[in-house]
Design a protein around this ligand. Structure first.
Ligand code: ATP
Ligand code: MG
Length: 426
């Protein structure tokens, strides 16, 4: 016996029963983004390592310890741990600003070498958006509304939107100095990671997942008390807008993105069901300096990303596996397999999902397979039906059986009207 292989730790198969739920969610995302005027972009999964070092930041966990990197020096490449960097790179590389393509969305796998837990994997999927060239708070507001639409599309009804502002280059330096002074006072009670970050990336210290540290930070100076007039006005406009749109939200002055080109609005959506500690389903913010930092034009940007595994877990979407689904299963007597397949193909050409038994079993064997196939109807063709130019149609849910047409187009029309009648009735 050969060795039996298994997926690597932190990697998962998405199996039939689950893929149908993914497809349905992805379809709802496509529709939502289209309604908001966003167009899809599909960057490659591998990028130059340097792109992530520059954009995500050297001091982050992602770049510091979570990247899957191959090759050396100039050849060094990395499986994308997130997609914003790739979208910015593509935006600059193809001059999308000149093509008026400033609203982009994406969906696909990301890779991080993390310790796997529920809702935390080494390959996971993000759906997200970026908008370039829009500076006004109304854009932040619209992005938040879209974020909540996507979260709801995953069936999540306990979502909490948390917002903050982290200021800009005018007000953040002074705040950072006050924060460092505060953190130095409590440094002996901070963990190793936080002590190290205290000087490299002090805002990020506030993002610690350690509960004892979080208790200390209750006394920390708040960025929202230190905003300059322009940032204050922007933040107030976002909050007023949320109130006007009737979108409930909470404020959390500890919600930060610890990188210099992140400015003003930051946000997160948290859900509780099915997730435990991994309760952040979506995160994002404004990054007006990023495109420029990556060598592009001086255009503002804003984006968010949601983890699809977490969305579907929190929405309960995966609680029930999706059943196999066929419209019809063709059962024949006295027909050769190619003759049966010809009818099956004619029904498929009419748009029906059709199954059959290529194994040449008798009536009983074919009916058993029809039952297992998840088909709504069996279409039976024997000598009688062939002689009369009809078929016998059996509703596999109710057991009801009746005479149907022999022509594939007419069979398809009948089956479709039956199925849509059920749809209307429920
Ligand atoms: P966390 O604090 O849970 O580690 P994060 O701050 O690293 O999240 P982001 O980089 O903002 O997350 O990524 C956006 C979203 O992607 C997260 O809100 C989450 O839903 C999802 N996500 C991030 N890392 C993973 C992972 N390892 N497995 C599954 N989903 C993930
Ligand atoms: Mg993380």
């Amino acid at each position: 016996m050969g060795r039996r292989y298994r997926t690597l730790r932190g990697f998962r198969d998405i199996l039939p029963g689950e893929t149908e739920h993914w497809q349905a969610f992805e379809q709802r995302c496509r529709e939502l983004f289209a309604r908001y005027g966003f167009r899809e972009i599909r960057p490659p999964l591998v990028e130059p390592t340097e792109l992530f070092v520059r954009s995500v930041g050297e001091q982050t966990d992602i770049v510091g310890k979570e990247m899957f990197t191959f090759g050396e020096g100039d050849e060094s490449m990395t499986l994308r741990p997130e997609v914003t960097a790739s979208v910015c790179r593509a935006y600059i590389e193809h001059g999308l600003d000149r093509r008026g393509a400033g609203r982009l969305w994406y969906l696909g796998p990301c890779f991080r070498r993390e310790r796997p837990q529920k809702g935390r994997y080494r390959q996971f999927h993000q759906v997200g958006m970026e908008v370039f060239g829009e500076r006004e708070p109304a854009t932040d507001l619209e992005a938040l509304a879209l974020a909540l639409d996507v979260v709801r599309a995953a069936g999540i009804d306990d979502a909490r939107l948390v917002v903050n502002s982290i200021g800009d280059e005018a007000c953040r330096p002074a705040y950072r100095a006050r924060l460092v002074a505060f953190l130095e006072q409590v440094a002996d009670r901070l963990g190793e990671d936080s002590r190290r970050r205290l000087h490299t990336n002090p805002l990020r210290v506030l993002d610690s997942k350690d509960e004892q540290e979080q208790a200390l930070f209750a006394e920390a100076p708040r960025i929202t008390d230190a905003l300059c007039d322009a940032c204050r006005a922007h933040h107030d406009a976002v909050r007023d807008g949320l109130a006007r749109l009737g979108i409930p939200y909470e404020e959390d002055p500890r919600l930060v993105r610890g990188l210099d080109y992140y400015v003003r609005t930051t946000f997160e959506v948290r859900a509780t069901r099915g997730l435990g500690a991994q309760n952040a389903v979506l995160g994002g913010g404004r990054y007006d300096g990023l495109v420029r930092a990556l060598g592009g034009p001086d255009v503002p940007g804003l984006g968010w990303a949601a983890g699809i595994e977490r969305l579907l877990l929190a929405g309960g979407v995966l609680d029930e596996p999706a059943a196999a689904r066929l419209d019809v299963y063709v059962v024949t007597l006295g027909a050769s397999p190619p003759e049966t397949l010809a009818l099956v193909q004619a029904l498929r050409a009419e748009g029906l999902a059709a199954g059959w038994d290529p194994g040449g079993h008798g009536l009983g064997g074919q009916m058993k397979r029809a039952g297992r196939s998840g088909a709504r109807f069996a279409v039976l063709l024997g000598d009688d039906e062939r002689a009369r130019g009809t078929s016998t149609i059996k509703d596999l849910a109710s057991g009801e059986q009746f005479e149907g047409p022999g022509d594939p187009g007419a069979i398809a029309a009948l089956v479709r009207s039956r199925i849509s009648g059920e749809g209307a009735a429920t």
